[in-house]
Design a protein around this ligand. Structure first.
Ligand SMILES: C[S@@+](CC[C@H](N)C(=O)[O-])C[C@H]1O[C@@H](n2cnc3c(N)ncnc32)[C@H](O)[C@@H]1O
Length: 208
């Protein structure tokens, strides 16, 4: 069922879906394992799709924590809401570009773990940076972010296909970036694990 929902959306809008199939269970484990989920109070997922990574995150998440999931595609949002009945899960039908506003609205000023499946290569460079600048004030010295990218690493730039190297982007916002390859996924993917290790910058209040 998830596969069919995913394939229909990938065909309808490949630019946003940025994938041909949901992440495998191997990719989901590689995305969730490095995150401090057992002691997290707030975890965030960027681009949940049909919930392949969401499920792995919920499996590891502490019972009293919240998982705030951002998904821009309304059909994926409906699918997530009908598939998961976990009270820790909050599905937010909004672009990740509103991350600061959506977190503040929910009284959240600290994020312990972030799992991102966004196709960053399909997001123009200034908007990629704007996204990380909005997220970073919520991260503290023990926050961890995982991000996956297919090993071909292709991106669209000015209507052309090029390779996007994610490491320089992530290094700008994180102090350590580790990489592993997950072959058992279609297509195989890199998983980047990023540690911030810097004290938190207080998030700006919305009325400031
Ligand atoms: C590569 S898919 C990953 C889906 C799922 N996490 C998985 O691994 O199977 C990327 C997802 O990000 C969502 N997405 C793309 N741009 C987004 C944005 N700006 N805000 C929130 N979600 C976005 C897409 O709709 C899609 O569900």
């Amino acid at each position: 069922m998830s596969l069919r929902v995913f394939a229909v959306e990938a065909l309808a809008d490949f630019h946003t879906t940025a994938a041909i199939s949901p992440g495998s269970k191997h990719l989901a484990s590689a995305m969730s394992e490095p995150l401090p989920l057992a002691r997290a109070r707030v975890a965030v997922e960027f681009g949940a799709g049909t919930g392949a990574i969401t499920r792995a995150l919920l499996d590891e998440l502490s019972p009293s924590a919240r998982l705030l999931v951002f998904e821009v595609n309304p059909r994926f949002v409906t699918h997530l809401k009908s598939t998961f009945s976990d009270p820790r899960l909050v599905v937010i039908h909004s672009s990740v570009e509103n991350v600061d506003r959506e977190l503040c609205r929910r009284g959240c000023n600290r994020v312990d773990a972030v799992a991102s499946s966004l196709g960053l290569g399909f997001i123009p460079e200034p908007r990629r940076h704007a996204l990380f600048r909005r997220l970073v004030p919520f991260l503290h010295e023990k926050s961890v972010l995982t991000q996956y990218q297919y090993i071909h690493g292709l991106q669209f730039e000015n209507g052309r296909l090029r390779r996007l190297r994610l490491q320089p982007l992530l290094r700008r916002y994180f102090d350590s970036v580790q990489l592993r390859v997950i072959w058992r996924n279609l297509p195989p993917a890199f998983v980047f694990t990023c540690h911030r290790r810097r004290p938190q910058i207080r998030p700006a209040r919305l009325d400031e």
